[in-house]
Design a protein. Structure first.
Length: 191
């Protein structure tokens, strides 16, 4: 089975993608270096995912998969978006807390948001394919749950439970990364 390097240091993403890509005709291996992969200087999720995927594919001379994802809060004009991982801090909880603070006067029904993920698979010769997945929902008033990572504790799709309260299998059936992964696998099957 061929191997594809996942361009991330995030162990949560690594576990999630290894689970999501079990049906793929390749296996996911972690990026071996602890150093920053490449600065994300793009203006879109696609730009950033492409930067990471192509950098890793060329530097390791093997196929690479990268994602860029974020949460887009309508009451915050789509922020934090591509800046989700470093909205106000590199610490996920501080970013979630900032979102909650900015939404403190916003009623629950106006806390609509979406989680968006863009995946890029790149090869050392410069080719790539990409796909996007979106999960619509709301921002809760307070974080809940211990599963997941990033904004999972403050994001809900049913208005009741946060993504961090769901078992991994249930979250993985619907997540933005799941949707992007399924779309990417369909594209890869056609090639």
């Amino acid at each position: 089975m061929a191997e594809v390097v996942l361009a991330t240091h995030n162990q949560g993403k690594l576990r999630e993608f290894q689970s999501l890509l079990k049906p793929a005709p390749f296996s996911i291996i972690p990026y071996p270096s602890e150093q920053e992969i490449i600065e994300e200087t793009g203006s879109t999720y696609l730009d950033n995912a492409r930067l990471k995927a192509h950098f890793v594919a060329k530097s390791m001379n093997m196929p690479a998969l990268a994602d860029d994802s974020g949460v887009e809060v309508d009451a915050l004009d789509g922020q934090p978006g591509i800046h989700s991982a470093r909205f106000v801090s590199p610490v996920p909880w501080e970013n979630s807390r900032e979102i909650l603070l900015r939404l403190s006067e916003v009623p629950p029904e106006k806390r609509t948001a979406r989680m968006r993920a863009v995946l890029v698979m790149a090869w050392p010769d410069g080719r790539d394919v990409w796909a996007e997945g979106v999960l619509e929902g709301w921002i809760l008033g307070w974080p809940r749950g211990r599963n997941g990572f990033g904004v999972d504790p403050i994001f809900t799709v049913d208005g009741e439970r946060s993504l961090a309260e769901l078992p991994a299998e249930e979250k993985n059936r619907m997540s933005h990364r799941t949707r992007a992964t399924e779309a990417l696998l369909q594209i890869l099957m056609k090639h």
